[in-house]
Ligand binder design. Structure first.
Ligand code: MRU
Length: 348
């Protein structure tokens, strides 16, 4: 279940604000429209917004109509800054845009048409690499799953959040494909309900047993011994393993430690920000208050109430049992395991 396709210069995105009740695909023909789609969460999930931004760059760069290289690169930088100015927390977005800019610069001595072709190839490569990474994350992660485990997940780190297969849900898919009789508890994930709307939908489509719970029920089920492990995705992982993910992840990690339940993060290496030391440096997006006061068009809270709406939180590394990447499973101390990964990972 891919959330995006790029065909004949047009980007198609499934509208994730409408799932699961309506399956609507939109077509994007300008980079401004693509940036708006990321901002409005038509497409969401760290790896998916990274690849979407890369295709947005392709669309924008394709219509730069000049024979002048300086002007071409000036316009390219402008498109990159528009893409980066959409959502601040997921590092994959910045990683993908920088990779496109770098590819253009590496080819700066070639013709503008050739640079455009190289950029398209690079975006397609990222798309393909993402799916391959998720499959490998699934293979590694499956080793940590016992037959008959009940796994708690938060938000949606599935096919819809990536180019296919998913990270946290990739591990769950791999365990299911391996014949392990697993069951998933999906947190609803207020306020945007990625768990209720997207994770429950994806897992049901694949025939993986899933039980939907409200976010505040996780502790109850952990204490009753009904949850064997937690697996979540990530939006940005600092060099020490501190992990930004959907708001509420930190709460689950603390509850998991209290109940001696392993807490796993599944993410591609492109989600590791080798440039920051700790999670303190991660910018947390604050979104529209309406997401908290309303469900759909229905207002639940009194008009004019004061609201906060941080979209992500940071889980300190001490709560994380392991980080599952496509390059292998990282264990604490993460400062060390991430440093040795950085030596070979070609970080930004
Ligand atoms: O606000 P969202 O829906 O983009 O947040 C998504 C998450 O927090 C995911 O868990 C994360 O991006 C990992 S997706 C493989």
């Amino acid at each position: 279940m891919r959330p995006l396709y790029f065909e004949n210069g047009v980007l198609k995105l499934i509208d994730q604000t409408k799932l699961p009740n309506e399956t609507i695909w939109h077509e994007y023909r300008s980079y401004e429209q693509v940036a708006a789609a990321i901002k409005d969460m038509i497409v969401r999930g760290a790896p998916a917004i990274g690849v979407t931004a890369a295709y947005g760059m392709v669309i924008g760069i394709n219509v730069i109509n000049t024979g002048d290289k300086d002007e071409f690169f000036e316009k390219l930088e402008h498109i990159a800054s528009v893409m980066k100015n959409t959502r601040p927390t997921a590092v994959n977005l910045f990683w993908a845009v920088d990779r496109i800019v770098r590819k253009a610069q590496e080819n700066k001595d070639r013709s503008i048409d050739e640079i455009k072709e190289e950029i398209l190839r690079e975006a397609k490569r990222m798309d393909q690499e993402d799916v391959e990474s998720n499959r490998r994350i699934g293979e590694f992660g499956n080793r940590l799953i016992n037959p008959k485990d009940t796994i708690l997940t938060h938000c949606n780190a599935g096919s819809l959040a990536t180019c296919d297969y998913g990270t946290a849900l990739g591990v769950i898919r791999a365990a299911h494909e391996a014949g392990k009789e697993i069951r998933v508890f999906a947190d609803e994930t207020r306020p945007y309900l990625q768990g209720a709307r997207l994770t429950a939908y994806e897992l049901m489509q694949d025939g993986i047993p899933v039980t939907l719970i409200c976010d505040n029920m996780a502790g109850y089920f952990m204490r009753k011994g009904e949850i064997n492990c937690c697996i979540v995705g990530a939006d940005r992982i600092a060099s020490n393993g501190d992990t930004a993910n959907k708001i509420g992840t930190y709460t689950i990690a603390v509850l998991a430690k209290e109940n001696n339940i392993p807490f796993y993060v599944a993410a591609p290496v492109s989600t590791i920000d080798f440039g920051i030391k700790t999670g303190e440096e991660i910018i947390i997006e604050e979104r529209n208050h309406r997401e908290v006061t309303h469900i759909g068009d229905i207002q639940l809270a009194p008009k004019g109430v004061d609201v906060r709406n941080p979209a992500f939180d940071v889980t300190p590394n001490r709560y994380i049992t392991a980080i599952i990447t496509e390059r292998g499973i990282l264990y604490p101390p993460f400062e060390e395991s991430i440093k040795s990964l950085a030596r070979t990972a070609n970080p930004r």
